[in-house]
Design a protein around this ligand. Structure first.
Ligand code: SAM
Ligand code: SF4
Length: 455
């Protein structure tokens, strides 16, 4: 990777979407009716990808941007299981059970805040009502190593889980105290060892850079420690600081956050260090061993991105179950209610807790395919887009191409008649490169409070 140019990156450091969806969640609205959503579910034929959100955490990590409910009451956790089961019952009435389940993901919150028998109960119920997972399904869970035991691991093994993602963030004790997440190295190591003992051979760990008190020197040590765990995949997220949305982030003394220059040094070092240690970079924030299937998928242009990150299983219909979950079909996004009381009320009245979403217009659909291809594969196959959507790419995206000139001049992308290709350095600015294709961007221009910064 060529050296990162600080001036260039500062220029592009501005608020922008992460494009886990297009249109982004800011466009979700209540015009998308309940009956339309049911129709999409009933008429769907694609394979299924299922996401179940288990939102509870014991205590708050101050940096956390996820949809979390903090509680120490076990009764809240078990009550939620009952609602989940009712939600699954209602879904089962509207989904064809012969549809193959090719992906399953437990996200949170802290899924392993639940006891082993409760996790078993939820997964068994899903299999009973919606069908078994296909033989080569990607079955995964996010685990906070501070809450993980062998009994839970046995349940995951029994149900065919083959991917585990562990939240680490940083090993430095001062950083850990500041973020309110004290997690000594041994806790993480024991968790990884436990997963390996049960044959999990796709282990991911999450780190974040940009946290309070982090410096190049402190992060170097974190990196040295993380590679001793030999993760198969490693996410190194840029801390998304959005205190206007997440109250716990206001607990940070902002003067302790590393400067943009320090963050760039940290990230440049991270790339060099991980590459030297046998991991290769995928996109803006992921690394993996070169033999990982993600790389062969990139070469074939078949890598996809969804709300959980990168995957080789594209084209399936994502069904979101649980509080705040987002579902995705070819032509829609649908989000569940965010407020627990309202979530429970919907289910008690025999309805899905669907709240809002967006049905894609033809223009949204075209732009989504371009933006998602860029975000996942760092290139656009122009001829494919033209054939699939019956458009002339350069006419349809005239404005975007104009805006992209500066990226071209800076060697961050190349465009010819057949391909738009992002350079190695350009992959770090992939959100910025995707933004000209986003028809809603203008609406948010000047509004600093919509998205986190891209760099
Ligand atoms: C739902 S959490 C992980 C699961 C589990 N609760 C844990 O903490 O270990 C998913 C990941 O998102 C990342 N994350 C959360 N908040 C973030 C933020 N504000 N900016 C960047 N990454 C964030 C963290 O790396 C975290 O591990
Ligand atoms: S990072 Fe994980 S454990 Fe911490 S608050 Fe967020 S979801 Fe909960």
């Amino acid at each position: 990777m060529s050296k990162i140019n600080l001036e260039l990156f500062s220029k592009y450091s501005k608020p922008g979407p992460r494009y886990t969806s297009y249109p982004t969640a800011l466009e979700f609205n209540e015009d998308f009716s309940y009956s339309d959503y049911i129709k999409f579910l009933e008429e769907g034929k694609d394979k299924l990808s299922i996401y179940v959100h288990l939102p509870f955490c014991r205590s708050a990590c101050y940096f956390c941007g996820c949809n979390v409910v903090f509680t120490s009451k076990e009764s809240k956790l078990s009550q939620y299981v009952e609602y989940l089961k009712k939600e699954i019952d209602i879904l089962a009435n509207h989904i064809d059970k012969s549809r193959e389940i090719v992906q399953f993901h437990f996200g949170g919150g802290t899924p392993t805040y639940y006891k082993a028998h409760e996790l078993d109960e939820i997964i068994s119920y899903i299999k009973l009502k919606l069908g078994d997972f296909s033989e080569d399904a990607e079955v995964s869970v996010e685990i906070d190593p501070r809450f993980f035991n062998e009994e839970q691991m046995r349940v995951f093994k029994k149900h065919g889980f083959n991917r585990i993602s562990f939240g680490v963030q940083d090993f430095d004790s001062k950083v850990q105290e500041a973020i309110h997440r004290v997690q000594p190295y041994d806790i993480t190591k024991n968790a990884v060892d436990l997963a390996r003992k049960y044959g999990i051979n796709s282990i991911n760990t999450d780190l974040i850079y940009g946290l309070p008190y982090q410096s190049l020197e402190s992060f170097k040590k974190t990196l040295e420690q993380i590679v001793t765990l030999e993760p198969d995949r490693l996410a190194v997220f840029n801390y998304a600081h959005v205190p206007w949305l997440k109250k716990t982030m206001r607990k940070f003394d902002e003067t302790t956050l590393p400067s943009p220059a320090e963050k760039l040094k940290i990230f440049q070092y991270t790339i060099d260090f991980l590459t030297a240690n046998g991991l290769e970079m995928i996109g803006m924030d992921h690394f993996a061993k070169p033999e990982d299937e993600l790389f062969s998928a990139i070469k074939k242009g078949e890598l996809h991105r969804n709300f959980q990150g990168y995957t080789t299983k594209g084209g399936s219909n994502l069904i979101g179950i649980g509080l705040t979950s987002i579902g995705e079909g070819k032509r829609y996004y649908a989000q569940n209610r965010k407020d627990m009381k309202s979530y429970e009320e919907a289910i008690s009245s025999g309805k899905l807790p669907f709240e809002k979403g967006v049905v894609l217009s033809e223009d949204d659909y075209i732009r989504k395919s371009v933006i998602m291809e860029l975000m996942a594969n760092f290139s656009i196959d122009i001829k494919r887009v033209e054939a699939e959507h019956k458009i002339d790419f350069f006419t349809y995206f005239k404005e975007a191409i104009k805006e992209l000139k500066s990226f071209e001049n800076e060697d961050l992308i190349t465009i010819d008649k057949e391909h738009l290709r992002v350079s190695e350095t350009g992959t770090l600015l992939i959100r910025n490169i995707a933004m000209p294709f986003d028809a809603y961007m203008e609406k948010y221009f000047g509004s600093k409070k919509s998205f986190s910064k891209t760099v």
